[in-house]
Design a protein around this ligand. Structure first.
Ligand code: SF4
Length: 362
């Protein structure tokens, strides 16, 4: 079972084969001006995204739903979601960005005032600093707890959801408190909300997620079918991205500082963290010169692929030089750390202004 609260390591190929997620590579050729995260295989899977492609290519109406749960610090891995949202906005999509304050209350005990504060200072301000225009009229940002239509829809959806199916997806126990049952329904409501009459009725929606969120997607698609006759819902499409590997080689986690580069780290801290990251280098210099390094097992290389190099040829050269042992880890780390430092300097510059904008959004 994939559990949305605790998943850590994932076999992506198995997911594609076993859970019915389709390979993104099979539809990539149909997309005009695709996002580098898709051409580089970071976004590896989808459900029904082929139905979205003509709308995206022709700037027709569609909505992207992407929630954020205020519960900790944003790290560099979260940038991936923002990059996707920027691309969709450029392609003419509307963005619906629910802030999951009900989930952070139910799952983490964070009260609503604290969650709102965190959403503004940590999440929205970083989204803006990363270049997403949240003041665009095509963007809706809301707090779940303040959005009556989302809560009302969650209640309506609960009528055709039973305890056993939630238990099968989320693994509840007898001692599980009821908020854990309610929260997934609010998340389903967030995804289906753009299709209710208040927002113009049924339409195509896509949800970009990490694969640990697939249980929510499957539940949402099932409920969309169950309520089709009442609301005319179209089951939402989804895309799945790989996780950014943490500095120590496991998953990058907001709650484990050893694994993460936080977006609010100073440029110097970010630089230092890159230099401490696990590489795909060999035991000794001699061995690496002879056998080459393993970029596919290297956290440093992954940072270049996901975040720091736009040009595919430049990336390919680093990959080849690494594999042939002509580029060594010391030099490669220094170059990557310098790029990361510059990226963080720009981010810090923008954040001051972005915080003021973020404060006006909620
Ligand atoms: Fe990673 Fe660079 Fe070392 Fe290759 S040379 S293993 S890409 S740090």
């Amino acid at each position: 079972m994939i559990d949305p609260w605790t998943s850590s390591s994932v076999d992506y190929d198995k997911l594609v084969n076993k859970f019915g997620i389709k390979k993104f590579a099979d539809i990539l050729g149909n997309i005009k001006d695709p996002l580098p995260l898709t051409t580089r295989g970071v976004i590896f899977g989808h459900r029904d995204f082929d139905k979205m492609v003509p709308l995206i290519n022709n700037h027709k109406e569609f909505v992207v739903v992407s929630g954020m749960m205020p519960s900790g610090r944003m790290h560099i891995g979260h940038k991936m979601v923002v990059d996707q949202l920027k691309w969709y906005l450029k392609k003419g999509g509307n963005l619906s960005l629910p802030i999951a304050d009900m989930e952070s209350y139910g799952a983490r005990g964070i009260d609503f005032t604290q969650a709102k504060e965190m959403a503004v200072t940590e999440y929205l301000s970083n989204y803006i600093a990363l270049g997403l225009d949240l003041t665009d009229e095509k963007v809706l940002v809301y707090l779940q707890f303040q959005h009556d239509s989302a809560k009302d829809l969650a209640f309506e959806l609960s009528k055709k959801t039973n305890f056993n199916e939630l238990k099968a997806i989320y693994g509840f126990y007898q001692s599980t408190n009821i908020s854990h049952l309610y929260v997934p329904l609010v998340q389903v409501a967030d995804i289906l909300l753009p299709q209710i009459e208040q927002y113009g009725g049924p339409k195509y929606v896509v949800v970009p997620v990490g694969v640990d969120q697939d249980p929510h997607i499957r539940l949402t698609r099932d409920l969309a079918d169950r309520f089709k006759s009442q609301f005319g819902f179209i089951p939402p499409a989804s895309t799945y991205h790989r996780f950014l590997t943490g500095l120590t080689g496991g998953k990058m986690s907001s709650s484990d500082p050893k694994t993460a580069i936080y977006l609010t780290d100073t440029p110097e801290e970010a630089e230092k963290k890159v230099k401490s990251a696990k590489t795909g280098g060999r035991e000794s210099l001699e061995e690496q010169k002879k056998l080459g390094g393993c970029p596919d097992k290297c956290v440093v290389y992954e940072m270049l692929v996901y975040h720091l190099i736009d040009n595919d040829n430049e990336l390919e050269k680093i990959r080849e030089d690494c594999k042939h042992g002509t580029l060594l880890c010391g030099e490669c780390k220094s170059m990557t750390a310098e790029k990361m430092k510059k990226f963080f300097e720009k981010l810090a510059d923008k954040r001051e202004n972005s915080l003021e904008i973020a404060k006006t959004l909620l």
